[in-house]
Design a protein around this ligand. Structure first.
Ligand code: NAI
Length: 334
């Protein structure tokens, strides 16, 4: 049996790390029928659409995507492809496991960090509803709904219960945004009441940021609206060695798109030095989704062994290995 999967290489370091992930998945022996869908600034400019039909058509058909990062112009230009894709396929849950890897030297290497971030993925300040009221006065609308807040809370608590996790921490700024974050919290509390076996905590986002840096080991499952989830994901990545190693999954009712937390990293694109771990571990999440659990475990173990051996670390982690050399080492383990 072979699984149809849409592979979106993206741009910047995207094609380099996507190629690595594809090699790693193929080396597990799981048969994937990769359908390549190009999505990058050139395709967007030439088609005049931030979400060209060939990408959506492919994902509608395969229902599973492995996606490299796509650049979004800053402060001008077309709207974010990533936000558009998440909204179009209703990929409401952004799930990001942040774990210490063996052999990675960080300021927190003596602490075991093992948290899973659940970021609401469809609304909040990412609604793109901005307008200039009068010259030099701009408003940006933060949209929080009961439907989306309850849905992400349910998803996080169900995961916590299924995975035997102990605690869910909801992160908010309801002291200031009493209505918007207040609604998010109310929904989280309602869902928490259905899971008495799981400890439920709330933290104001600024305090959460400090607590994450001071005592990251206290965190288990984190539940956040879109913007805080975006920022806290990068902060958490920094605790375990950086953006090169943290994977992610965008989950909907019918579709799932797996992608690293990191962006297109234009500063290192085309040099063959990007760390492909985040993309490879995103493909581990994809294999779990495809119920190929043994292959997922083998690939995860192969990555961990390469790290434990410390011989093929990429430059972001103090090594000298290229993207390809790291991938060769993972494939050799498999
Ligand atoms: P970035 O994540 O691309 O890079 C931040 C820093 O981390 C850079 O110094 C980069 O070299 C480093 N880095 C990231 N991934 C790495 C890897 N795999 N190996 C080694 N080092 C790595 O964030 P930035 O610069 O803010 O964004 C660049 C572009 O990416 C923007 O256009 C942004 O909109 C887009 N982006 C796209 C995402 C997606 O497609 N899901 C997610 C985040 C950003």
């Amino acid at each position: 049996m072979s699984y149809p999967v849409t592979l979106i290489p993206g741009d910047g370091i995207g094609p380099e790390v996507s190629k690595a992930a594809r090699r790693a998945v193929d080396a597990t022996g799981v048969k994937i029928n990769w359908e390549i869908a190009e999505l990058n600034p050139e395709v967007i400019r030439s088609t005049g659409q931030s979400l060209p039909p060939h990408v959506i058509d492919s994902l509608e058909k395969t229902c599973v995507g492995l996606k490299g990062p796509v650049t979004t112009p800053i402060g001008e230009g077309y709207t974010s492809v990533n936000v558009a894709l998440r909204k179009r396929l209703d990929l409401f849950a952004n799930v990001r496991p942040v774990r210490s890897l063996p052999g990675v030297v960080t300021r927190f290497q003596d602490v075991k960090i093992d948290m899973v971030i659940f970021r609401e993925n469809t609304e909040d300040l990412y609604s793109g509803l901005e307008h200039e009221v009068v010259k030099d006065v701009v408003t940006s609308l933060k949209v929080i709904t009961r439907v989306a807040s309850s849905r992400i809370a349910e998803y996080a608590f169900k995961f916590a219960a299924d995975a035997g996790r102990k605690k869910v921490t909801a992160i908010h700024k309801a002291n200031i945004m009493k209505l918007a974050d207040g609604l998010f919290l109310r929904c989280a509390r309602e869902v928490a009441a259905k899971y008495p076996q799981i400890e439920y905590k709330e933290l104001i986002v600024d305090n959460a940021a400090m607590q994450l840096v001071i005592r990251p080991e206290q965190f288990d499952v984190l539940l956040l609206p879109n913007l805080y989830g975006d920022i806290v994901s990068d902060l958490a990545a920094g605790l375990v060695g950086g953006l090169g190693i943290v994977p992610g999954a965008n989950m909907g009712e019918n579709h799932a798109v797996f992608e690293a937390v990191h962006g297109s990293a234009p500063d290192i694109a085309g040099k063959g030095i990007a760390n492909p771990t985040a993309m490879i571990l995103s493909s581990v999440l994809m294999l779990i989704h495809l119920k190929e659990l043994s292959a997922a475990m083998r690939l995860q173990a192969a990555v961990e062994t390469v790290y434990a051996n410390q011989k093929h670390l990429t430059r972001d982690l103090g090594g000298t290995a290229s993207t390809e050399e790291f991938t060769d080492a993972v494939v050799a383990q498999l």
